[in-house]
Structure formats: structure tokens, C-alpha cells
Design a protein around this ligand. Structure first.
Ligand code: ME8
Length: 509
């Protein structure tokens, strides 16, 4: 039986166009999906859009469109951005699709029938932008504690989910599974939230109509988070146990931003418990990007538009920067200067130069043909051992979702490669006919280490890595077996590489 791996991103609201924050989560998921596929896993990578709810209804009204017209328009913005970013998702779910609506209806009916959803009355403070109810004590100056915007008091007949019933079971699960919620600081937040006590959750609304009706009582619309969270199983064909649902559930990891952790680490698991379904293996909440030190917001007009970045710097530079700059889980700041610095130092200088120098030398000294290496010296062995250790370390990092640390490990080997050239001084060896075999061995080690580096980089920078591997005549689809030293065969033709990343000379703006 093949090993499977299921990874998801949040489904993004269609009342906003995609920005760098959305791109971040989606890229992280893509890198993970590509890495697991490289390691031989059967991968299912899901993303999509959240199209129901009052927020979308309001935005559509403001734009003079129906909610579905708005959704149809904005969903294309997401899909074309994902294409441009080389995001390799397997499925894209829209909550307005029939497959989703019928799955949500099924789940609601099931939980209703067993008495874990009941009809009651609701009165509390509602934050429309966050689609969240708050108790008076949670408000800060009567404003939403999450977004600091005004809330309004709403009273309505509502269906409630008996979340309180699952408090102890959830607590026990979090305590028994240290990896369930990550990173650790976030896990502690959720633990104390649950320990304070879970109230039953309002899971229907009568104040608007854009959503999935409650089965049997259509003036109620199913709460947008009940609807949205269920996408992770409806996309797999839930309630049909056969097919993808049987193969991929429970999910290996839900990747989300820290803003929506409570929905994923409290609401969603208790819904699943009520439905008798296994819980996600992991929920990972990454940190928040600010822009040049400020919160990203439409009013500040500082929203970083990923299409513009890609046009200016190239897709792989953007992919690299976002995952390298900030440890996954911590907050980070985006600035053009930081991005340009990364491109010039890590990509142009370290990565690009190493490939240029090595492919140029093998062309100069051996007409571009890989020679059989001789016995490795201590120096060569150290370089080889460093390369092999990288493969293991990257694997550990990827299991921890430590993308930035994984890239650091790879860059250590790239730097080791540049130092190895300086230390072995191939140009001196080339002057001495007795050193021909030694020179061949040095060339072999350089190219072989880079073949492995670029095989790993297919997950992070697919285009660049494919280009680099093509210079090494390594055209087949890489697999985990290609991460072993010794794959490069004597006789292989090596093409002299063009610059992978031209340096960016920034004029003072
Ligand atoms: O919350 N920094 O959708 P959404 C980092 N529809 N990540 C950011 C970010 C930033 N500044 N801004 C946004 C929703 N994100 C719901 C989700 S899931 C069942 C339903 C990313 O469009 C981050 O992943 O508001 C965050 O969790 C998500 O976008 C919120 O997207």
C-alpha cells in the first residue's frame, strides 16, 4: 500500500482579492506537497474558496453584483495566481459547488438527528467582518477583540451545536497528542481557551440568506464556519466512505494562519467528534506578515500584490523569499529591500554562482563530459558527507514544517560547495597533467552535490531546479532515490549554465 499525504490551505474568502498572506499559506502547502511527492507519497493537496456568508453577501451588494457573480469573478483571481505561482493543487473546492453543499447538509442532518444540534435562542455581540459572535466580557470597549471593529447586538432563533459536551474529550485529545496543534505556543493558547470552558455554539443564522439552508427549516442558514470547515471532507467525497475520503482522511496537516486557529483547533475537531470521524493529525498555525513594518490593509494601500512581485522578481524568488525569510510559525515583515538582498546574496551569489562556476569548469577542462571520479580524499569525503547529512536534516525539518531551517541546511551545502572550489583550486590542478584524475574527482563531487541540492529544491523552486538539473542532463522526474550520492554517471554531458538569477541593482527610489 502506498503512503498517502493530505495537506490543505484555508479556503479564502472571495470578498477580498488574493494578497501575499494568502500566497504564503498556499506556497507552504505547495512546497510540502511537492516534497512529500518527491519522497514517494501519494499526495492530495486541497485549496479553494469560501463563498458563503454575510461578508460575501455585503461585498456583492456593494459591488452591485449577486454573491455568485462576485464569487465567479474573484475565484478566477485566486486560480490564476496559483497557476502563476506554480501551485500544484490536486483539487480546488468552492463552497457553492453542489458536492460541497450536499456534504454539509448531510453532516448537519446527522448531528441534528443525534441531538447534538438543537433549536434555541441567541443573543450576543456579532462582528460581521469576522463572522463571529462574542460575549460581552470578550469585547474590548464593545469592539471585536480580534479586529477591533464595532460589533452589534443580535437576537435570533438559532440552532446550537452542543460543543460543551465535547470539552473533556477535546482536552484529552490535545493533551494526549502534543503534535495535534502547532506551534507549541499556539497549542498552549488553545489549551487554556478550552480549559476556561466551551459554550454551545450557534450554528445557524436568520439575518441573511446567502448560504446553505438548514435542512427542514430553510429560513435558517448554516453558520459560515460550519459550512467552510466541512470543505476539508466534502472535497474528498464525504459522506461517501469509498474513494478519496477513505484514502486520505484524516488529513495529515491543515495549514492555516494564526487568525483562524480557534475554528480549526476547537470548532472543527468537536464537529468531527460529533460526527464520529477521526480528527486531523495536525493543525499548524503560521504567523502574520506585516508590510514594511505595518499591518497590511486596504486603507493603508500597502497590500502586497503577488502578481506584481512575480512580474518584477520572478516566481521562484518570491517562493524562496517567503519561506526562507521567516521561521514558519513566527510573524514576519515583508520589505522590498529584504527580498532584493535575498535574491542577490542567496540566489545570484551562492546558488547561481556555484552552478556557473562548476559547469563552466567542466566544460573548460573536460569538454563538458563528466569523468569517472577517483578515490575521494578527506576533503571530498567531508563535502560528500555534508551533502548526505543535508538530505536527512531537510527531511526532519520538513516533518516539523521548518521550511526556513530546511533551506538553511541546503544553503550550508551550497556555501560548502563554493568554499570547496576555492580550497581545491581546480584552475591550479588543471595546469598539472599529473592532477588530471584529481581534477576529475573534484568536478564530479561539485556536480553531484549540486544534483542533490537541486533535486531537493524542486519542492521549493520548481522552475529553477528543473533548469539547473537540465544543465546536468538530469531530465527525468526526480524521486527520493535521486537524493543518493552517486547518481551522476561518467559520460554525462554538462551544459554551461546561464545565470539562474541575475543580480538586481536597485536604483534609489
Ligand atoms: O479566514 N499574514 O479566509 P481569509 C499571513 N474563509 N497569512 C495571512 C495574512 C497575513 N497578513 N493574511 C491572510 C478565512 N493570511 C476563511 C477560512 S477555512 C475553512 C476558512 C492567510 O480569506 C492565512 O492563511 O480571511 C489566514 O489564515 C488566511 O489567509 C485567511 O484567509
Amino acid at each position: 500500500m502506498s503512503r498517502t499525504f493530505y495537506v490543505t490551505t484555508p479556503i479564502y474568502y472571495v470578498n477580498d482579492v488574493p494578497h501575499i498572506g494568502h500566497a504564503y499559506t498556499t506556497l507552504a502547502a505547495d512546497v510540502l506537497a511537492r516534497y512529500k511527492a518527491l519522497q514517494g507519497y501519494e499526495v492530495f493537496f486541497l485549496t479553494g474558496t469560501d463563498e458563503h456568508g454575510q461578508k460575501v453577501e455585503k461585498a456583492a451588494n456593494a459591488a452591485g453584483e449577486t454573491p455568485l457573480e462576485l464569487a465567479d469573478r474573484v475565484v478566477k483571481r485566486f486560480q490564476s495566481l496559483w497557476e502563476k505561482l506554480d501551485v500544484s493543487y490536486n483539487d480546488f473546492i468552492r463552497t457553492t459547488q453542489e458536492r460541497h453543499k450536499s456534504g454539509v447538509t448531510h453532516l448537519f442532518e446527522k448531528v441534528l438527528a443525534q441531538g447534538d444540534i438543537y433549536l434555541g435562542e441567541y443573543e450576543d455581540w456579532y462582528c460581521t467582518p469576522c463572522e463571529t459572535f462574542w460575549t460581552e466580557t470578550q469585547l474590548i470597549d464593545f469592539k471585536c477583540p480580534d479586529c477591533n471593529r464595532p460589533t452589534e447586538k443580535l437576537k435570533e432563533e438559532s440552532y446550537f451545536f452542543r460543543m460543551s459536551k465535547y470539552q473533556e474529550q477535546l482536552l484529552a485529545h490535545i493533551e494526549a497528542n502534543p503534535d495535534f496543534i502547532q506551534p507549541k505556543s499556539r497549542r498552549n493558547e488553545i489549551l487554556s481557551f478550552v480549559r476556561e470552558g466551551l459554550r454551545d455554539l450557534s450554528v445557524s443564522r436568520t439575518s441573511f440568506s446567502w448560504g446553505i439552508p438548514v435542512p427542514g427549516n430553510e429560513k435558517h442558514i448554516i453558520y459560515v464556519w460550519f459550512d467552510a470547515l466541512t470543505n476539508y471532507i466534502t472535497a474528498l467525497g464525504y459522506p461517501d466512505e469509498a474513494g478519496n475520503f477513505g484514502t486520505f482522511w484524516p488529513v495529515d496537516v491543515h495549514l492555516i494562519g494564526k487568525d483562524i486557529l480557534r475554528f480549526h483547533a476547537v470548532y472543527w475537531p468537536t464537529f468531527l467528534m460529533a460526527a464520529g470521524l477521526p480528527l486531523p493529525k495536525k493543525v499548524f498555525a503560521h504567523g502574520w506578515w506585516t508590510i514594511e513594518g505595518q499591518k497590511m490593509s486596504k486603507s493603508l494601500q500597502n497590500v502586497v500584490e503577488p502578481n506584481m512581485l512575480i512580474d518584477r522578481y520572478g516566481v521562484d524568488a518570491v517562493r524562496y523569499f517567503l519561506l526562507r525569510e521567516v521561521p514558519f510559525g513566527l510573524d514576519g515583515d515583508f520589505s522590498h529591500t529584504a527580498l532584493v538582498n535575498r535574491i542577490n546574496s542567496d540566489l545570484a551569489n551562492d546558488l547561481g554562482n556555484l552552478l556557473n562556476r562548476s559547469t563552466a569548469m567542466v566544460n573548460k577542462y573536460f569538454a563538458g563530459i563528466v569523468q569517472e571520479p577517483g578515490v575521494l580524499t578527506e576533503q571530498d569525503e567531508a563535502y560528500r558527507a555534508r551533502t548526505e547529512a543535508m538530505v536527512t536534516q531537510v527531511n526532519t525539518c520538513m516533518d516539523e514544517l521548518a521550511f526556513s531551517k530546511a533551506l538553511q541546511q541546503i544553503w550550508d551545502v551550497i556555501s560548502a560547495g563554493n568554499k570547496y572550489i576555492d580550497a581545491t583550486a581546480p584552475w591550479t590542478l588543471a595546469k598539472d597533467p599529473d592532477q588530471k584524475e584529481r581534477l576529475a574527482t573534484v568536478m564530479y563531487c561539485l556536480l553531484e552535490s549540486q544534483r542533490i541540492v537541486h533535486t531537493l529544491l524542486t519542492a521549493f523552486m520548481p522552475r529553477t531546479a528543473a533548469k539547473a538539473l537540465a544543465y546536468l542532463s538530469w531530465e527525468q522526474k526526480p524521486t527520493g532515490a535521486d537524493l543518493q550520492w552517486g547518481g551522476l554517471k561518467a559520460g554525462t554531458t554538462i551544459t554551461k549554465a546561464e545565470a539562474l538569477f541575475p543580480r538586481i541593482e536597485e536604483k534609489a527610489e
